[in-house]
Design a protein around this ligand. Structure first.
Ligand SMILES: Nc1ncnc2c1ncn2[C@@H]1O[C@H](COP(=O)(O)OP(=O)(O)OP(=O)(O)O)[C@@H](O)[C@H]1O
Ligand SMILES: Nc1ncnc2c1ncn2[C@@H]1O[C@H](COP(=O)(O)OP(=O)(O)OP(=O)(O)O)[C@@H](O)[C@H]1O
Lengths: 227, 227
């Protein structure tokens, strides 16, 4: 898989390096030479060029990729233009980063195959995590249905999985338990996380455990609210 | 729970509104009057003030919150200063948004309880999703162990859950299936997503199904690579 990352801000640079580390072929593009230089040891190829210049993109073969990710932040017209040009040059999938809801709509209409809004997505996840303090992380599987990592409720401490009968009592599926264990000398205070991926009926929930459950959001709220 | 959101850029505004929608008490702060005006109908209180001015923060009672989220983007000194002042004024949890790895380290050292990097986090998730093309989304539960949403591999199409024997063959736990169903008139081409949260032995996998599995990353890669 060949990728082009256009615009080496924080998002573009992180993405280009992560893709390259994952073994992908990555060409990183920016019109700022310093950023191009900084990227060149970590990607397949780093090129200084103006991504709104169709001739330059063609000349450097930037369009010969499977996926192009455009992240020219502040200059929206340039972001838009680079997106349209890359689609025109035949790039099968163009993912463009948006900086506002209005702009994400514009980008989708002018041809971006996918639009990414880092600030919005991260803010929504943080809000969810703050609103339900026991939630450590979550993944929405479907509207109203999620995988949720949450701190074991106090009422569960010291009880066995069998006793708790979570599936029947709460209509939730407990799929794993994350436990924090001390490692090395006690004085060092170091810990490691161990995942119990097959919780058994006689396993006991400990106060610092993190439960990973699947269920509809109402049932999960119910479980957390009962405290 | 009372929240203060300092800095109403895209991140701050999205967060303030999401928290307010979730029923929390939210005071939104910015020194740009237009942004304060735009926010005031969607939060408990919107205040124009300079978040680096300790007296102003005190006067408006901004420090009387449980959690403050500081997201003053471009002006790093202001971002830092607001963070330090809020901790000094006794805010129990201050979450600060960072715009670079170096800055996130500085913020952690000067007292931020948590540091958020939207561009980095989103770029890492996108890289993961691109590197494993069948992955629709994922949640890392623990190092090397994740919940993954992936397109049903071709070899699974038309087979029953029982036949596939996923747990034993791949050491992966299939926890749900997302199916795309047509809705309304066929000519409209509209679809809806239906979640099968309790996959049964005789359920048949269809080509457009999305499987939600839990397992260690190696086993999931194995499953995807076999294609
Ligand atoms: N016409 C262009 N061709 C190529 N690169 C461009 C062009 N215009 C701007 N860029 C580059 O796009 C990059 C990203 O833009 P900018 O830094 O404004 O975005 P940003 O949204 O702040 O990024 P991030 O949030 O990811 O840090 C910059 O490094 C800039 O040099
Ligand atoms: N001293 C200050 N006190 C209060 N607000 C401030 C101060 N300095 C800057 N701000 C506000 O912080 C907000 C966010 O800053 P900025 O837009 O630079 O960040 P950003 O990282 O681009 O935001 P985002 O990416 O979330 O859109 C701006 O609306 C700005 O008015």
């Amino acid at each position: 898989m060949k990728y082009a990352v256009i615009g080496l801000g924080k998002f573009g640079t992180t993405l280009a390096k992560a893709l390259a580390r994952g073994g992908a072929e990555v060409v990183a593009v920016d019109n700022n030479l310093d950023l191009v230089d900084e990227a060149k040891d970590e990607v397949t190829l780093a090129v200084k060029l103006d991504a709104t210049d169709e001739k330059e993109l063609l000349a450097q073969g930037i369009h010969k990729v499977d996926v192009a990710i455009v992240s020219i932040g502040e200059n929206f017209e340039a972001n838009q233009l680079a997106t349209v040009i890359l689609k025109k040059l035949g790039v099968k999938k163009v993912i463009t980063r948006a900086t506002s809801t209005v702009r994400s709509k514009i980008l989708a209409l002018i041809g971006a195959d996918e639009v990414i809004s880092p600030e919005e997505e991260t803010a929504m996840r943080l809000a969810q995590r703050l609103l339900v303090p026991n939630i450590v992380d979550y993944l929405e599987l479907s509207e109203g249905y999620s995988v949720v990592e949450l701190k074991a409720p106090e009422k569960f401490h010291g009880k066995t999985i069998k006793e708790l009968d979570i599936r029947n009592k709460y209509d939730i599926n407990l799929i794993a338990i994350k436990r924090i264990l001390p490692v090395g000398k006690p004085s060092e205070g170091k810990t490691k996380i161990v995942l119990n991926a097959v919780p058994r009926p006689n396993d006991v929930i400990e106060p610092s455990d993190i439960l990973i459950v699947v269920g509809d959001d109402k049932s999960i709220e119910e479980l957390l609210r009962e405290e």
